[in-house]
Design a protein around this ligand. Structure first.
Ligand code: AMP
Length: 488
């Protein structure tokens, strides 16, 4: 169904945000954005049933970036996410969208220094993204002020419920001002989520986005009968013959993920794995490398891969069918994005036929059986396969890079200890010919050093000028900083 195409301008989105959207390649608002943006501008509570892939993150990130009062130092919006990966990903999207509004958006999640997060929070912070556990820790330690928090976004509510976070979410909500706007996003709407939204939200509007989600016709579904097969050799054969540009393979347990990973690596697949048993830094690195296209195959459990935003996954394989039907939808949601065609393949035994039928019913789409590739087919495919494994695939996300290209980050070798404040930096920079306040991005001031982003390609000019212009009465050592990655 072709819906009426609106523009971001028609939704009354600011030009600084539209500029960022343009660089991110967001041309027109998706359905969920068309529905949610005006409601949030109207400060209405909303319950949204929408999937990852519908553009739901931007649906709340765009209005939040526009609604927050830049001058306020205390955080004004809180976004809750079930996993660290999602928190990081949403942080990146908020920072990208809010770049030209100079929005600061720290993320709070576990397995990362509490103290560093505490420091981040002492800087001006507009929008805070976090996982419930760590957010509660900060609330208990009084390191996260809530007085100005007038927006609460509960994202992936069904997932939070599954992970047992609901009490924490309710506890967090109770510490925020009563006068607030609350949005709840969930891929599914079980009774308990409805109940929760009744408790936490004021009279809310409910929005259901079905089209862009559960029945993605662009995805073809297949299965192989693996009853009489060694599953790993069947998988290897299928992958060699299909030879996809990029692929995620799902399994239900960490051990099996490790095993598949080892076996594929032994067969010269460029491959990595992702599961909850890995250290946070390792998981982050794997996801970044996958997004950058450093390898083509990712083996993962559901939890670790939930909601992960990687574009253009050509093939999703269910090495095992997921325990829950919804997980199937989440898994295949990684493919067939942005109008591209995708393929989902499941390896299923005869005993799982019933499960396949239920999946077909749920998606209203057939899952077609394919014949196992013959030994000859695999053999003749091997050469092409190896050739591809030795080529580096194209990077997957250039979005952040597109935003960063306009920006130069400068390092000033003095900070709080020299009593430098943002206004001192702004004052000096605005006194440079041809440079205005709107050319300045976020400013971060630490004890001994400060960072300032210069927008609109004016970085080199400002860098040069600051070599001879004093900041707060003294010439400071100013140099180009290494670009900030959106991770730690
Ligand atoms: P989400 O549902 O928030 O996980 O978003 C799915 C993907 O769509 C992300 O890669 C977004 O950056 C991208 N996206 C969001 N809104 C738009 C839009 N209006 N046009 C194009 N891409 C978008």
């Amino acid at each position: 169904m072709e819906e009426m195409k609106m523009t971001f301008e028609e939704l009354a989105v600011d030009k600084e945000i539209i500029k960022a959207l343009h660089l991110l390649g967001f041309k027109t608002p998706t359905q969920v954005q068309q529905a949610v943006i005006p409601l949030l501008f109207n400060r209405q509570d909303v319950v949204v049933k929408a999937q990852t892939g519908s553009g739901k993150t931007a649906a709340f990130a765009i209005p939040l970036c526009q609604l927050v009062n830049w001058a306020e130092n205390k955080p004004q919006a809180l976004i809750l996410e079930p996993t660290r990966e999602l928190a990081m990903q949403v942080q990146e999207e908020v920072q990208n969208i809010g770049k030209f509004k100079r929005i600061k958006a720290p993320a709070l999640y576990g397995q990362y220094s509490f103290l560093q997060q505490q420091k981040d929070l002492k800087q001006k912070s507009h929008i805070v993204i976090g996982t419930p556990g760590r957010v509660l820790d900060h609330l208990t330690q009084k390191t996260l002020p809530t007085e100005a928090m007038h927006y609460l976004i509960i994202d992936e509510a069904d997932e939070m419920l599954k992970m047992g976070f609901m009490e924490q979410v309710a506890e967090i909500a109770a510490t925020l001002p009563q006068e607030r706007v609350t949005l709840l996003f969930s891929a599914t709407m079980p009774k308990s989520i409805r109940q929760l939204s009744k408790e936490l939200l004021h009279l809310s509007t409910e929005i259901v986005i079905e089209d862009e989600t559960i029945t993605p016709n662009r995805i073809e579904h297949f299965y192989y009968d693996c009853t009489d097969w060694d599953k790993i050799s069947l998988l290897v054969g299928i992958l060699m013959v299909r030879n996809p540009d990029s692929c995620i393979i799902f399994a239900n347990t960490r051990d099996l993920v490790e095993q598949i990973y080892e076996e594929l690596t032994a067969e010269e697949f460029t491959c990595q794995r992702l599961h909850g048993g890995m250290e946070q830094w390792e998981r982050t690195r794997v996801m970044d490398d996958f997004k950058q296209g450093e390898f083509r195959y990712l083996v993962a459990t559901d939890v670790a891969a939930r909601g992960i935003d990687v574009e253009n996954i050509e093939l999703v394989v269910n090495f095992e069918l997921p325990y829950k039907r919804e997980s199937y939808v989440h898994r295949i949601g990684r493919t067939g994005r942005a109008g591209l065609k995708g393929t989902a393949i499941s390896l299923a035994e005869i005993s799982e036929t019933k499960q396949l039928e239920l999946l077909e019913k749920m998606m209203k789409l057939p899952i077609i059986r394919l014949e196992e590739p013959s030994a000859e087919a695999v053999d003749s495919a091997r050469k092409n396969f190896l050739h591809k494994m030795h080529q580096l695939p194209a990077p997957k996300t250039a979005k952040t890079a597109a935003i960063d290209a306009e920006i130069m980050r400068l390092h000033i070798a003095d900070g709080k200890k020299s009593k430098i404040r943002p206004v001192d930096i702004v004052g000096t920079i605005c006194a440079i010919d041809g440079v205005e306040a709107t050319d300045i991005g976020t400013i971060t001031i630490w004890d001994w050093s400060s960072y300032v982003e210069i927008l609109n390609h004016k970085g080199p000019q400002v860098l040069e000028a600051l070599q001879t212009k004093p900041i707060k009465g003294r010439l400071r050592k100013v140099s180009q900083a290494t670009p900030k990655r959106h991770k730690h």
